[in-house]
Design a protein around this ligand. Structure first.
Ligand code: PGA
Ligand code: ZN
Length: 425
C-alpha cells in the first residue's frame, strides 16, 4: 500500500517577487511532487488566512517561514503514513489539525500547498494526468478563457478604476482556436495603444495598463482591437469585466470612481452597468458591488441577472456556506473559484458542486500573484467549470496555464469547447 512518506516546503517567489510556499510531498513508492501557492492583492475579507511572518526585516514582513514550519513539522507529522489517494481524508485531516474555520492557525497557504501537492503525487503515482485523477472519465470540457487584457484598480498603477477588462472568445470550435484569436487581439490592442500614444506597460496579470480618462474607454479600445484583428465583437469575442468593487467603497458605502472623479451609490453604479450592457457586448460582470453590499447585490441581480453572468468573487470567497446564503437570497448567478480563498482542494470542489447543482456558473481562477504552477488548468477540466480566468496572453505565469490547457486539448480525443453554448439558455 502506497503511503505519504515525507512532506516539506520551501519559501519561493511569486510573480510579484513576494515570497510564497512551495510544498513537496513524497510517497513510499518513490513519487515526489510539489505545488506552489498563489496570492491575491484585492482579497476578500472572508478569505481563509494567508499566514505571513510580519517580520519587517525579511521581505517587508511578507515572509512565509512560519507557514513553511507548519508544513515541515505539524502537517508532516499528522499526514505521514496516510494514503495519498484519499484526498477527502487528507483535507479533513488538515482541517482538523488546524481546528479553526479559516485556517488561521496553520495558514491556508500551508494547507493548500500540501493539498495540491498530494493530489499531484497521487496522480503521478497512478500514472494518470491530474485532470483525470481529480475528474475521472467525465473530465473533458476545455474552459472558455477570460483574458484580462487591460488591467486597472489595485493591479496597476494607472487611472482606471475597474480592475479587469477581459475578452471571452466564444465563437470558436476549439480552445486552441479561441486562444489564437485572443492572442491576436492582444497584439492589435498593443498597436492601437501605441498609435494613440498610450503607454503599453503591463499590469500584474499581463494586461496593458494605460492611463485612460473613464471606465468605458478601455472597452472602446478593446472593441477596436477585436475588429482590427478581424473578429466580430459580441458574436465571436465578447467583453467581461471584473470591477473588484470592494476596493472602491469608502466609509459611507459609496463607490468612489477616482479616475472619473465621482462617487456613486450602489443603485447608481447598477444603472451605469445597465447602460454599459446596453451599449457594449458585455456578457459577464464580476464583483459589480462590494462583498458587504448584499442589498445592492440583490438589486443588481434583479436588474441584470437574466441578461448576463454576475460573478461573486470577494462576495463568495469560494466558501460553500457563503455561496449557500447567496443562492438562498437569489444573489449573483456565478462564482469565481480560487482554491487559496478556502484552503484545500476538497473544499474547493464542494463549492463547485454546490454551485453546479444550483445552476450557478463556475469560473476557475488564478490570483494576481502567481507562479509557474499550472494546477488550475487541470482543475478546471476536472471540474468541468467551462470557464477559466488566468490573465492575458503575456507573462509566463499566465501562459503556463494556457500552455497546459493546449497540451490537455491535444491529449483528449473527446474534448469539448462550449464557446457560444456557454450562455445559451
Ligand atoms: P486578486 O485578483 O488575485 O488580486 O484577488 C483577482 C480577482 O479579483 O479576480
Ligand atoms: Zn475578482
Amino acid at each position: 500500500m502506497v503511503r505519504i512518506s515525507k512532506i516539506y516546503s520551501q519559501e519561493v517567489l511569486d510573480s510579484r517577487g513576494n515570497p510564497t510556499i512551495k510544498a513537496i510531498v513524497e510517497l513510499s513508492d518513490g513519487t515526489k511532487e510539489s505545488a506552489i501557492v498563489p496570492s491575491g492583492a484585492s482579497t476578500g475579507k472572508r478569505e481563509a488566512l494567508e499566514l505571513r511572518d510580519g517580520d519587517k526585516n525579511r521581505f517587508l514582513g511578507k515572509g512565509v517561514l512560519k507557514a513553511c514550519e507548519n508544513v515541515d513539522l505539524s502537517i508532516c507529522e499528522a499526514l505521514v503514513g496516510a494514503s495519498p489517494y484519499d484526498q477527502g481524508l487528507i483535507d479533513a485531516m488538515l482541517k482538523d489539525l488546524d481546528g479553526t474555520q479559516n485556517f488561521s492557525k496553520l495558514g491556508a497557504n500551508a494547507t493548500l500547498g500540501v493539498s495540491m501537492a498530494t493530489a499531484r503525487a497521487a496522480a503521478k503515482s497512478l500514472h494518470i494526468p491530474l485532470y483525470r485523477y481529480l475528474g475521472g472519465a467525465n473530465a473533458l470540457v476545455l474552459p472558455v478563457p477570460m483574458l484580462n487584457i487591460i488591467n486597472g484598480g489595485s493591479h496597476a498603477d494607472n487611472t482606471v478604476d475597474f480592475q479587469e477588462y477581459m475578452i471571452m472568445p466564444l465563437g470558436f470550435d476549439s480552445f486552441s482556436e479561441a486562444l489564437r484569436a485572443s492572442a491576436e487581439v492582444y497584439q492589435y490592442l498593443k498597436k492601437i495603444l501605441n498609435e494613440q500614444n498610450h503607454i503599453t506597460s503591463i499590469g500584474d496579470e499581463g494586461g496593458f495598463a494605460p492611463n485612460l480618462t473613464n471606465n468605458t474607454q478601455p472597452i472602446e479600445i478593446i472593441l477596436q482591437a477585436i475588429e482590427k484583428a478581424g473578429y466580430k465583437p459580441g458574436d465571436e469575442i465578447a467583453i467581461a469585466l471584473d470591477v473588484a468593487s470592494s476596493e472602491l467603497v469608502d466609509g459611507s458605502g459609496m463607490y468612489h470612481l477616482a479616475g472619473e472623479g465621482r462617487k456613486l451609490t450602489s443603485q447608481e453604479l447598477v444603472a451605469y452597468y445597465e447602460e454599459m450592457v446596453q451599449k457594449y457586448p458585455i456578457v459577464s460582470i464580476e464583483d459589480g458591488l462590494s462583498e458587504d453590499d448584499w442589498e445592492g447585490w440583490s438589486y443588481l441581480t434583479q436588474r441584470l441577472g437574466n441578461k448576463i453572468q454576475l460573478v461573486g468573487d470577494d462576495l463568495f470567497v469560494t466558501n460553500k456556506k457563503i455561496l449557500a446564503q447567496g443562492i438562498e437570497k437569489n444573489i449573483a448567478n456565478a462564482i469565481l473559484i480560487k482554491p487559496n480563498q478556502i484552503g484545500t482542494i476538497t473544499q474547493t470542489m464542494q463549492a463547485v458542486r454546490l454551485a453546479q447543482r444550483n445552476a450557478y456558473k463556475c469560473i476557475m481562477s488564478h490570483r494576481s500573484g502567481e507562479s509557474e504552477d499550472n494546477f488550475i488548468a487541470d482543475f478546471a477540466i476536472a471540474l468541468n467549470t467551462g470557464e477559466i480566468k488566468t490573465g492575458s496572453t503575456a507573462r509566463s505565469e499566465r501562459i503556463a496555464k494556457y500552455n497546459r490547457l493546449l497540451e490537455i486539448e491535444s491529449e483528449l480525443s473527446n474534448s469539448e469547447y462550449l464557446g457560444t453554448q456557454l450562455f445559451k439558455k
